[in-house]
Design a protein around this ligand. Structure first.
Ligand code: RUB
Length: 301
C-alpha cells in the first residue's frame, strides 16, 4: 500500500479526517492514489480490499465510503478483458468522474436544504457535518438570517469545528454543552443533523447525542431533518444485517480513569424513523421510508 494512502487511513482512524462525507472522499482519493501507482489490476484489487478492511476496523459505521469502494470495484471488474495498462488508464478517468459526480449531488442537496430553511429560523445541530454546514452557508448566501444553537458534542468536541465554520461564514452561533439542549429546544424551529448511515427502514445513525436531540424535537414539536446523500444508505441492512456501531477508546472520555470503572464510548446513535420528519437529499425531501427505494433506483449496488 502506498505511503500516502497509509497516512490517509491513519488520519481517518484518529478523526483528523472526520464526518462521513469527508471520510468517503478521502477513501476515493486513496483509491485514486492506488490506481495511479499500481502495476497490475490484481495488485490494485488487493490494495482496495485492504483499504476496505482497515476502514471496517477503524470506522465501521460508514456505508458511504463502503458504497463508493463498491462502485470503484465494479468499474474495475468491468475492465477484466482489458490489459492492465488500459484498465488502469480507464480507472483513473473513472475516479475523477466519481468525485465530480459526488460534488454535483452534494450541491443539489445543499440547494434543497437551503430552500427548506425559512428566513429568521433558529436551528439546532450537533457534531460536525459538512452537509449541515453547507446547507446553512447556502441559506446565508440566499440572504436568509439564521441563528444556530450548536451542541459541542462530547467527547471529541466536533461541535467546535461547526461553530468555527459557521462564524467564519457570518452565521450567528450559540455554542452549548450537549446536556443544555433541553433548555434551548423551545427556542428552535428545526434540527438539522448529518447522517453516517441509514438502514432499510429509514432509521438514522449519527453522532452519539443525536437520539437525545431527536427525542427532544419530537416532544417539543420541532421538525427533525437529517441532511444526507443517498449513498449513506447501507444496502447490507436489507438482508437483516444490523448497522454496526463503532465503539471508541474509553480514554477519549476520561484519561487515566480509576481501575474498576467500566466506560463505554459508542460513537454513534440509532435514531428511529418515527422521530424523523424527513431526510433532505440530493433527490429532494424524502420520507424515511423512501430512502431505500431511491437508493436502489439510482445505484444498482
Ligand atoms: C460525524 C458525524 C456527522 C456525519 C455526517 O462523526 O456524526 O454528523 O458523519 O457528516 P465523526 P457529513 O466526527 O465521529 O466522524 O455530513 O460531513 O457527511
Amino acid at each position: 500500500m502506498h505511503a500516502e494512502v497509509k497516512k490517509i487511513l491513519e488520519d481517518i482512524k484518529s478523526i483528523k479526517i472526520q464526518g462521513a462525507r469527508n471520510i468517503a472522499k478521502a477513501v476515493l482519493n486513496a483509491i485514486k492514489i492506488e490506481v495511479a501507482h499500481s502495476k497490475s489490476v490484481k495488485e490494485l484489487m488487493a490494495n482496495i480490499v485492504e483499504i476496505r478492511n482497515i476502514l471496517m476496523q477503524t470506522r465501521k459505521t460508514e456505508p458511504m465510503a463502503r458504497n463508493l469502494i463498491e462502485v470503484s470495484t465494479r468499474h474495475l471488474l468491468s475492465y477484466a478483458s482489458l490489459s492492465d495498462k488500459e484498465a488502469i488508464k480507464k480507472l483513473l478517468e473513472d475516479s475523477d468522474k466519481i468525485i465530480q459526480e459526488l460534488d454535483k449531488y452534494y450541491n443539489k442537496m445543499l440547494e434543497y436544504g437551503a430552500e427548506h430553511i425559512p428566513d429568521g429560523a433558529v436551528i439546532i445541530t450537533i457534531c460536525h457535518s459538512s452537509s449541515v454546514v453547507g446547507v446553512l452557508k447556502k441559506a446565508k448566501e440566499m440572504g436568509k438570517e439564521i441563528n444556530v444553537i450548536n451542541c459541542e458534542t462530547r467527547p471529541l468536541f466536533q461541535g467546535r469545528i461547526t461553530a468555527r465554520e459557521l462564524v467564519n461564514a457570518g452565521i450567528k452561533v450559540t455554542h452549548i454543552i450537549d446536556s443544555e439542549a433541553a433548555v434551548f429546544i423551545k427556542k428552535c424551529d428545526s434540527a438539522l443533523v448529518g447522517a453516517d448511515a441509514i438502514d432499510v427502514e429509514g432509521n438514522l445513525y449519527n453522532k452519539v447525542g443525536t437520539r437525545m436531540l431527536a427525542e427532544l424535537c419530537y416532544n417539543y414539536n420541532v421538525s427533525f431533518h437529517p441532511i444526507s446523500e443517498l449513498l449513506k444508505y447501507d444496502p447490507k441492512t436489507l438482508f437483516g444485517k444490523l448497522e454496526p456501531i463503532e465503539y471508541r477508546s474509553p480514554d477519549e472520555i476520561w484519561q487515566g480513569y480509576p481501575d474498576g470503572i467500566k466506560i463505554l464510548n459508542p460513537a454513534f446513535d440509532y435514531v428511529p424513523a418515527e422521530l424523523i420528519k424527513s431526510y433532505i437529499t440530493e433527490e429532494g425531501i424524502l420520507h424515511p421510508h423512501e430512502i431505500k427505494h431511491e437508493f436502489e433506483k439510482k445505484y444498482k449496488l
